[in-house]
Design a protein around this ligand. Structure first.
Ligand code: NAG
Ligand code: NAG
Length: 567
């Protein structure tokens, strides 16, 4: 208020001088009408005009003539000083209250001189001062614009209002500098100005979700008064971003014996949009038929589980294609590479390439009995195999290339000692715990005629009483041959000889199978008393082997002769 009063002082004096000059001419031109002009908001009691002078009356005479202001039902805004004849303001005058937006504000009243009932018409013009700043109906405005809105889009804004008139009323709008919007002011047919916001460059909610703008409305007064409206532009989301995985590719290694239902990995994709546009769901690419039988993806959490046991020996790795899709359906793909780690779940296996079922007992040391291969479906240490066999056997293993082994003899075999071998081969891997497999090779030792029949004694003696019946069995010999079959099949015979000119075979015969000797004649002690022969035992091998033994037959005397008197 103080400021205003100070500012008003200068134009006040000047106005007065101007007014006096103006009014003098007015008075002449339009008799009966007095016209003044006064600024609004002037202090109470301020001078408006000198009535006495303008009516050409002595100031003192005014009071005597009973001067007063007559107004029709209005609050009296002016007062007369009867002694000085001055018209002064009786109250604070607000032009806006009296005349609103009208360009000219005129107040009319009359002055009555009671003595002669003379009436004068007075008109006071109230001039405007810039006592009102432009004002917005809403000081905070919230707007919502989709981020997909094209540049050039216009949004009408609420106008401001300034109660003053002329230069003192609203003159212009301005928008404080910002990155995306400009202001355009349209003039309506009514002459009013309507501000519109113009989108200059595309918005991106993900970059800046809210823009704060300030709209300033200012008038043309001196000094300029202004009013502001804060505009909050909220950028509405559009699904202009697909989800993005946290990694371009995921890798995980799991042992093949990982139990079913184990979560092995979680994939995550984020979407910078908001709400439904940022709701990410995960899917397995079902085109990989086999993979979807092994893995299951939780569509909301991104947890990847195994639903079937893995087998390193089946597949050492799996490549899984995964999609992340936001609410409206924008999608992104990623890959999960699952490396299956070997576990020692396979025992070594034997593969007999060739194996003899029998070997001759005369085979020299180093004879190859068989060739076999060992392998293990696991890998690394789990497939590193060592092969062994019991060390009390006359065999050894010779390692060849690529896990091939030869089974060879270490010394001469003897069928008569061991006719067959049940060879246990053990293949053992280096896993932890290690697994092993046994294989059995049944090896027959084939016979060789390497044993001659052997008699139980080095020589035999037999005693036969004379006069034996013919055909009586007189003795039997037995020989033994440890070889088998023909090699052990013995036939007996004796070496032909003559006794006193008669072939031995006419005296005795022999059963070649049983070795039993028969007397073909009745022996006569008096004829001969003993008999020497060689018995031969021969096997049926090829070539046959034989051995002989001497047999002495003694004829025993019987009393078969009566004494005889010769002379
Ligand atoms: C060989 O030995 C193994 C174990 O000692 C046994 O199970 C198998 O029956 C044997 N084979 C023969 C033909 O005797
Ligand atoms: C009996 O055997 C010996 C050696 O074993 C041999 O030298 C001899 O010739 C054989 N005698 C007969 C009659 O076959």
């Amino acid at each position: 208020m103080k400021e205003m009063a100070a500012l008003q002082k200068l134009p006040h004096c000047r106005t007065l001088v101007l007014l006096c000059f103006l009014l003098a001419t007015l008075w002449d031109a339009r008799a009966g009408q007095i016209r003044y002009s006064v600024r609004e908001e002037i202090d109470r009691g301020s001078f408006v005009g000198n009535i006495a002078k303008d009516l050409s009356l002595e100031p003192l005479a005014l009071a005597e003539r009973g001067v007063r202001i007559v107004s029709r039902g209005r609050t009296q805004l002016f007062a007369l000083n009867p002694r000085s004849g001055s018209l002064v303001t009786a109250n604070r005058i607000d032009r806006e209250e009296l005349c609103g937006q009208s360009a000219q504000c005129l107040l009319n009243f009359n002055i009555l001189l009671e003595d002669k009932l003379t009436i004068y018409s007075v008109e006071v013009e109230i001039t405007d001062i810039n006592d009102n700043a432009p004002r917005f109906g809403v000081e905070e405005l919230e707007l919502k614009i989709s981020e997909a809105t094209m540049p050039g889009f216009r949004i009408p804004l609420k106008s401001a209002h300034d109660a003053d008139v002329g230069e003192n009323t609203l003159q212009k709008y301005a928008l404080l500098p910002n990155d995306h919007f400009s202001l355009d002011v349209r003039s309506g047919v009514d002459g009013n100005k309507y501000p519109e916001l113009v989108l200059e460059s595309a918005l991106d909610r993900e970059e800046e979700a809210v823009h704060h703008l300030v709209l300033v409305a200012s008038d043309g007064g001196d000094p300029v008064l202004s009013g502001t409206s804060r505009i909050c532009v909220k950028v509405l989301d559009v699904n202009d971003n697909a989800p993005v995985f946290t990694q371009p590719e995921y890798r995980v290694s799991i042992p093949e014996n990982t139990p079913v239902d184990t979560r092995i990995l979680t994939v995550t994709a984020t979407d910078v949009d908001e709400g439904y546009n940022a709701q990410v769901a995960y899917f397995l690419d079902k085109s990989l038929g086999e993979t979807s039988e092994v893995f299951e993806l939780q569509s909301t959490s991104g947890d990847l589980k195994i639903i079937k046991v893995l087998d390193y020996e089946d597949a050492t790795s799996h490549e899984i294609d995964i999609e992340a899709q936001d609410g409206p359906g924008l999608l992104t793909r990623t890959k999960v590479i699952v490396t299956v780690l070997d576990v020692n779940d396979n025992a070594p296996e034997f593969d007999m390439t060739s194996a003899s079922s029998s070997v001759s007992e005369d085979s020299p040391p180093g004879t190859i009995i068989g060739l076999f291969n060992v392998h293990d479906r696991d890998s690394g240490q789990n497939a590193f195999i060592t092969c062994s066999l019991p060390d009390n056997l006359p065999f050894k293993l010779e390692k060849s290339v690529d896990n091939y082994y030869r089974l060879v003899t270490t010394k001469a075999l003897d069928r008569e000692q061991f006719s067959f071998y049940n060879i246990t081969l053990t293949a053992k891997d280096e896993g932890n715990p290690s697994l092993s497999t046994d294989a059995h090779i049944l090896l027959q030792v084939a016979d060789i005629n390497d044993n001659a029949p052997a008699f139980s004694r080095t020589s035999y003696s037999a005693y036969i009483p004379e006069n034996n019946p013919r055909g009586a069995s007189i003795f039997s010999v037995t020989a033994h041959d440890p070889d088998s079959n023909n090699n052990g099949h013995i036939t007996y015979s004796f070496v032909e000889d003559t006794i006193q000119g008669t072939p031995l075979s006419s005296y005795i015969s022999m059963n070649s199978d049983s070795g039993v000797l028969y007397a073909l004649r009745s022996f006569d002690y008096e004829h001969f008393r003993d008999l020497q022969l060689w018995v031969i035992a021969r096997d049926s091998g090829n070539p046959p082997l034989s051995s002989n033994v001497s047999l002495s037959l003694f004829v025993l005397d019987q009393n078969d002769n009566a004494p005889e008197i010769l002379y």
